[in-house]
Design a protein around this ligand. Sequence first.
Ligand code: CTP
Ligand code: MG
Length: 335
Amino acid sequence: RNHKRVVDCRSDIDRMNAPFLAIYESLVPTEEEKSKQKQLLTSLEKLVNKEWPTAQLYLYGSCANSFGVSKSDIDVCLALEEPDINKSEILLKLADILQADNLENVQALTRARVPIVKLMDPVTGISCDICINNVLAVVNTKLLHDYAQIDDRLRQLAFIVKHWAKSRGVNVTYQGTLSSYAYVLMCIHFLQQRKPAILPCLQGMEATYVVTVDDIECAYFDQVQHLRDFGARNKERIAALVWAFFDYWAYRHDYANGVISVRTGSIISKRAKDWTRRIGNDRHLICIEDPFEISHDLGRVVDKYSIKTLREEFERAANIMHLDPDPCVTLFEPY
Ligand code: CTP
Ligand code: MG
């Protein structure tokens, strides 16, 4: 089937822009919510600094990368300077401190892949995860945030893709589907690849921001206020982009050989990364390179069953965008 022709012949696609934008607007957190998050961060900082005077708290994840929908939990990183710390000990102590201050549902998960303390603040109603010294996450949060400043269509697309993934149950890493972080990288990559490009490759430009974290040099152009016109030559609007995004993952991506790479702004080969066979639990059935931890495939959670689910969901979404009279409803139907 000739997809190019199929894509071109749905002439009413622009009719869907308004409803997609309305969904996007309905998901954006209010200023009130943002200020409650800041308020919680400030009160946590006070508590933490009583015990660890030089410690800093950073927001990361969706509350700081500008891809957070309304009513999300917040992710906080506690940065401690001491070189030899025992994370479990610190987390247990932190849990005690938080509990004593009337925070609710306080739980230290010291054995998780990323050990955290969970809590719920009864004053703001916000739930929060606190991890320790996960500085790479703070840096990749800034990268995503900076990409979001360049072109509004990234935020629109990523909100819709995340909303779709949550509605369809394919945003659950312990069930072998993808993290929100992976979906945002897929959106950035996709907009880097449009012709003309809607996003640049910030890591391919002159570095204006350089930090070294855990021996990984993180460097990219972060003066994004100068790039606000970057995508102006591309006139595609949100509905057409949502369609092309799903069409890409349903019918065009080369799952056997391709790795999507925001770092290079291109597709690179599995062979070049030695991601051609299963090693341990890394199966590399859908390959998404982390922009800084480049040996890390964000698709590594995907197994031979969940890859099928994922690809069926991409096809379902692409077909809805192609044929359904009311895609804004059908796309997000609960599974
Ligand atoms: N992260 C990471 N590596 C991963 C998964 C996550 O570094 N494999 C970091 C990223 O900084 C990401 C943050 O953890 O922004 C939170 O991840 P996730 O929960 O997937 O994304 P959120 O943006 O917080 O999405 P949600 O709105 O679903 O909470
Ligand atoms: Mg989160």
